[in-house]
Design a protein. Structure first.
Ligand code: NAD
Ligand code: DAU
Length: 357
C-alpha cells in the first residue's frame, strides 16, 4: 500500500478513514478523490492540507478520463472506494443520482483499475487492491426472531439506495471472478461519530435538540439498527486491507441493536446533562412521531464472527460512550455546524423531507 486513492474522502467515513490511515501508516501517499457534492466538505480535513502525504483532487468517479489519468499519474496501487450517494431518504425522493454514482461510478472505477492493473501490468499483481465499502442494507430487513446476517446471506435490498449498493457489490465481485481483479468488500452497519452530515438520524437529532426544534421519529420509532462508531469502522477497513483475504467479504457491526426511539431518548438525556443552555430541557419533550419512511426496513443485525475470528477485530467503542463523545463533538464544533447550516442545500433538504410529513 503506497499510493492510495480514497474516493469520497471528503465525506463522513472517508474523512475519518484518511485521518486513521495517516496515523497508522507512515510510508504512504493518499489521494482524496471527491466530487464535493452536498455531502463532501473539504473542511473535514483542512488541517491535513499541508501534509506532504496527503493530496485533495476534485473529481467525479463517473468521469472515466479523469479517473484513468489520476490512477496513472500517481501509480495508484490501492483504491478504497467510499464515494456514493449515501442517504436512504434522498434515494426515495430521487433515485437517479444513486444509480449514476453508486452503480456507474463504481463500474467506471473498476474498469480503470482493470485497465491499469490487469491489462498493462505496470505494478505487481500482488501489490494492488480494490477495496469496496458497502452496507448491511443490501441484506434487506429481518423479521422478529430471524438470525443475524452472515456473509453468506442472500441479498434482498429494499430501497433504491440499498439496491444501488447491492448492484455495485455485485459488479466488484464480478470483476474479481471474471478478470481476476484483487478485491475485498466490507458490509457495515450504521456509523456515527464526528463529521457526519446532519441529514442522518444521530447528528440531525443532536442539532435539532440543541436548537429546541422538533425531533422527528419515523413511524413508531421501534425500528432497529446496529450502530458502530466510525473509528471502529476505519480500523476494520484497515485490517481488511492489510490482512483480509482477496476475494472475501466481511461483515462489520457494533453488536448493539437499540430501537431508534431509544437512540433519540439517549441523546436527549445526554444533552440534558451536558448542554449548558437550559432553555430546551427536558429535551425529550421535543420528540415528535412523524409519517414513516416508505418501505422502511424494520430490523438490521450483523453476524460479525468472520472478521472477529479471521482478523481479530472487535469494536472498541461502547454505544453509550460513543454517543456521549459524539454529542460533545457537535457541541464543541460550532463553526463546522454553522458551515453546514449556511449551505442553502441543507435547509432545502429539511424542507423537502420534513415539511409535509
Ligand atoms: P457521505 O454521504 O458522508 O459521503 C459521500 C462522499 O462521496 C462525499 O464526500 C461526496 O462528495 C462524495 N461523492 C459523491 N458522489 C461522488 C462522485 N460521483 N464522485 C466522487 N465523489 C463523490 O457518505 P458516508 O456516510 O461517509 O458513506 C461512505 C460510504 O460508506 C458509502 O459508500 C456508503 O454507502 C458506505 N456506508 C455508509 C454507512 C453509514 O452509516 N454512513 C454505513 C455502511 C456503509
Ligand atoms: O445501515 C447502514 C446504512 O446506515 C448506510 O448504508 C447508509 O449510508 C446510512 O445512511 C444509514 O442508513 P439509515 O437509513 O439506517 O440511516 P438514517 O440515519 O437515515 O436512519 C436511521 C434510522 O432512523 C432509520 O430507521 C430511519 C430513522 N430516522 C431517520 C431520520 C433521518 C428517523 O426516525 N427520523 C429521521 O429524521
Amino acid at each position: 500500500m503506497k499510493n492510495v486513492l480514497v474516493t469520497g474522502g471528503a465525506g463522513f467515513i472517508g474523512s475519518n478513514f484518511i485521518r486513521y490511515l495517516l496515523r497508522t501508516e507512515t510510508n504512504i501517499r493518499i489521494l482524496n478523490f471527491d466530487a464535493l457534492t452536498y455531502a463532501g466538505n473539504r473542511e473535514n480535513l483542512a488541517d491535513l492540507e499541508g501534509d506532504p502525504r496527503y493530496r485533495f483532487i476534485q473529481g467525479n468517479i463517473c468521469d472515466a478520463a479523469q479517473v484513468d489519468s489520476v490512477i496513472r499519474e500517481y501509480q495508484v496501487d490501492t483504491i478504497v472506494h467510499f464515494a456514493a450517494e449515501s442517504h436512504v431518504d434522498r434515494s426515495i425522493l430521487g433515485p437517479r443520482q444513486f444509480i449514476e454514482t453508486n452503480v456507474m461510478g463504481t463500474f467506471t472505477l473498476l474498469d480503470a483499475a482493470r485497465n491499469y492493473w490487469l491489462k498493462e501490468n505496470v505494478l505487481p499483481l500482488d501489490s494492488v487492491r480494490f477495496h469496496h465499502v458497502s452496507t448491511d442494507e443490501v441484506f434487506g430487513s429481518l423479521k422478529p426472531g430471524e438470525p443475524a446476517w452472515t456473509e453468506e446471506t442472500p441479498y434482498a435490498p429494499n430501497s433504491p439506495y440499498a439496491a444501488s449498493k447491492a448492484a455495485s457489490d455485485h459488479l466488484v465481485r464480478s470483476y474479481g471472478h471474471t478478470y481476476g481483479l484483487p478485491y475485498t468488500i466490507t458490509n457495515c452497519s450504521n456509523n456515527y461519530g464526528p463529521y457526519q452530515f446532519p441529514e442522518k438520524l444521530i447528528p440531525l437529532i443532536i442539532l435539532n435538540a440543541m436548537d429546541g426544534k422538533p425531533l422527528p421519529v419515523y413511524g413508531d420509532g421501534q425500528q432497529v439498527r446496529d450502530w458502530l462508531h466510525v473509528e471502529d469502522h476505519c480500523e476494520a477497513i484497515h485490517l481488511v486491507l492489510t490482512k483480509g483475504k482477496i476475494g472475501s467479504t466481511y461483515n462489520i457491526g457494533g453488536e448493539n441493536q437499540p430501537a431508534n426511539l431509544s437512540i433519540v431518548e439517549t441523546i436527549c438525556d445526554i444533552l440534558d446533562e451536558i448542554d449548558s443552555n437550559p432553555a430546551h430541557k427536558p429535551h425529550r419533550r421535543l420528540i415528535q412521531f412523524v409519517k414513516d419512511r416508505p418501505g422502511h426496513d424494520r430490523r438490521y443485525d450483523m453476524d460479525t464472527r468472520k472478521i472477529r475470528a479471521e482478523l481479530g477485530w472487535s469494536p472498541r467503542h461502547t454505544l453509550d460512550q460513543g454517543l456521549l463523545d459524539t454529542v460533545r463533538w457537535y457541541l464543541s464544533h460550532p463553526e463546522w455546524v454553522a458551515s453546514i447550516r449556511q449551505k442553502h442545500e441543507y435547509e432545502g433538504w429539511l424542507d423537502a423531507n420534513y415539511k409535509l410529513r
